[in-house]
Design a protein around this ligand. Sequence first.
Ligand code: HEC
Ligand code: HEC
Ligand code: HEC
Ligand code: HEC
Length: 312
Amino acid sequence: MSAPSIRRLALLAAMVIMAFAGTPGVMAEPYFQGPKSCEECHKDEYKVWGETKHFKAYRTAHKAKDAKKIVAAVGGKKNMKRNKSCSVCHYSTEQKKPDGKAKVKYGPSCESCHGASSDWEVIHSDYGGKNVKRENETQDHKVKRIADSFAAGLAWASSSYEIAAKCMKCHGLARSEISGGAFAKMLEAGHPINQSFEIVMFSQGKMRHWLKERSPAQLSKLFVAGQVAKLVSATEAAAKTEDAQYKAAQMKRAADAKAALQAVPQAAALIATPSEGNARKMMQTIGQQDLSGQVGGQIPCAGPDKENLKQC
Ligand code: HEC
Ligand code: HEC
Ligand code: HEC
Ligand code: HEC
């Protein structure tokens, strides 16, 4: 075979692998390596996380008022850590090897928000070879490093929809692994659903594990990503069951997000048809545009009442 056709074959193989990467059963699923695997290089972030409710949840969640009542309502294992209907949100796992066992070991941790790291950990921390330091990384390499990490599942600021979607699915009681029926029973048994959960307000206080304070433009983008993710997750969740209480809670989330997004003309197609595809398209269109003029006034932490909000 000639060199170009071998290259084409290799490219084709890579494309096939990428096409199947998200399909369960075809390739090994990305898995959580656990927060200790991040600590080595991200000591400061780890320390901040260690002071949050996410960290503490591993020890406290099952002791909360109503916890037993909610588990009993859903059925299955009585221990929250062993009951999948609880553990997907209240805890996170650690797995040492691709064929190893995922053990529930922490509260929501780094990968709960940044994505399972097994496929991206090596890529995201490589500046272009063993001896290349941060300051010597070429611009081309940096662009490619970030794009490749994203393709392998790393969620962070440059992919704010992905990270916002993670918050909104847990905090909006809208994760696809859990049936609408189970959510309905949880709500009925008194599980909270905080309608005012907003990503900027809930991430710039105790949770903030990044040194540089975000600019108004960055916060506005995060706010918009949060509303977009709220709308998409609520629309999907509302369609999952006919249970009146759960449906009403999700319809309210969707309506609130739509109202917030009225200020953003780029959101028109998404509001008409809320879907992950439209959400990604919209965030891509927005790119680095500064939306603070449009939505800045809606962000609780950027407003005059910042001091009064416990999260800020
Ligand atoms: C071997 C060291 C190393 C490990 C282990 C590591 N990181 Fe990183 N991480 C880095 C480096 C280096 C950067 C790039 C920082 C820069 O130059 O902007 C980075 C950046 C990031 C970023 C910002 C995105 C970016 O490209 O700047 C996130 C988010 C992140 N890491 C999360 C994690 C999480 C979560 C884990 C654990 C699953 C982890 N990292 C493990 C070294 C590491
Ligand atoms: C979709 C994600 C999700 C699932 C699934 C889930 N929870 Fe929660 N749970 C949360 C979030 C997020 C909070 C925090 C809500 C808030 O403070 O607004 C919470 C809060 C709670 C609280 C109140 C905690 C407190 O400090 O008052 C209890 C109790 C609770 N959950 C029990 C359970 C039990 C038991 C299960 C399993 C049957 C379960 N949850 C399943 C996301 C979830
Ligand atoms: C509750 C969700 C959540 C958890 C848990 C979490 N992060 Fe983050 N992380 C974020 C968000 C949100 C951002 C900022 C995104 C933005 O500004 O758009 C971020 C940003 C970062 C950055 C980029 C910092 C910078 O200056 O840009 C790094 C590195 C990082 N996280 C590492 C970690 C590590 C390591 C852990 C675990 C010890 C962790 N994160 C836990 C949500 C989380
Ligand atoms: C895997 C599910 C999950 C994800 C993802 C997640 N959270 Fe949470 N979060 C929880 C649970 C569960 C609690 C309640 C912990 C408890 O009280 O036991 C919580 C609690 C919190 C709290 C403390 C609330 C309080 O009343 O003090 C804040 C703040 C928070 N989350 C912000 C965020 C933000 C911002 C994001 C996204 C960047 C996020 N969370 C992503 C599950 C999640």
